[in-house]
Write a protein that binds this ligand. Structure first.
Ligand SMILES: [Zn+2]
Length: 168
């Protein structure tokens, strides 16, 4: 879809967002385990194993595209501690009391990256109705390709290749 850009005033083709309907920890479960351990909605996922409980929320990671006015938006999941998860849930239904910042681990890894379950992030929740924004930590993580690209940017050709790959 074309739209008139508020940054440069030209017409652009809109980059579609790429989103996942569940965290990797959930999608990797067998079907019977999903129903036995998992509870999932559009914004939350809780997996209650016999010995531990993992909590996830849906968020957005904005990948900068260096030769473009738009970002490539990834609808990803991130795991939160119980305390952060409860705090997020308690504020979720408000619009003006949502400002918060949590620590979380990325639980979705867009291709072509390999899954790396220890990617540390800040989960930034702002007032309003937008989903939280994921900001990968830079310190000690610049050797992880996803984190490097996040900070250095990718080009439009690469963004379009990723969109085409997911659409296949
Ligand atoms: Zn533009």
């Amino acid at each position: 879809m074309k739209y008139t850009c508020s940054i440069c005033g030209k017409e652009h083709e809109e980059l579609p967002a790429i989103a996942w309907s569940s965290p990797a920890s959930y999608s990797e479960l067998a079907e019977d385990e999903k129903s036995k351990y998992g509870v999932i909605s559009d914004d939350y996922c809780v997996i209650t194993y016999p010995d531990q409980t993992d909590r996830f929320i849906r968020a957005v990671l904005y990948q900068r595209v260096i030769d473009n006015c738009q970002t490539l938006d990834y609808g990803v999941w991130v795991s939160l501690s119980e305390k952060s998860f409860e705090d997020y849930k308690n504020r979720y239904d408000t619009i003006d009391n949502r400002d918060a910042r949590y620590f979380g681990y990325l639980n979705t890894v867009p291709p072509p990256y390999e899954f790396h379950d220890g990617i540390k992030t800040d989960v930034v929740v702002s007032n309003g109705t937008n989903r939280p924004e994921i900001i990968p930590h830079q310190i000690d993580q610049m050797d992880i390709p996803l984190v490097r690209d996040y900070y250095n940017g990718i080009n439009t050709e690469e963004a379009l290749r990723r969109i085409a790959e997911i659409a296949d």
